[in-house]
Design a binder for this molecule. Sequence first.
Ligand SMILES: [Zn+2]
Length: 66
Amino acid sequence: MEIRKCKNKKCQRTLPKGYKHNYCENCRNERIKQIKDAGKAIAGVAAFVGGTALTILTKGKFNTKE
Ligand SMILES: [Zn+2]
């Protein structure tokens, strides 16, 4: 009989029998929340960087034309 525990060292909750994940429900929710937040942050940065790059590119084009 194997007793599996949540992989989160701060948590160490015993996982239910037949549980398919390495983290308990609570930690999984926390992780999903973090990933979502990180995703939002990355999307924001990407939009910002993309916009800046576009501005630079456009400026560069205009400069070479002039
Ligand atoms: Zn956990």
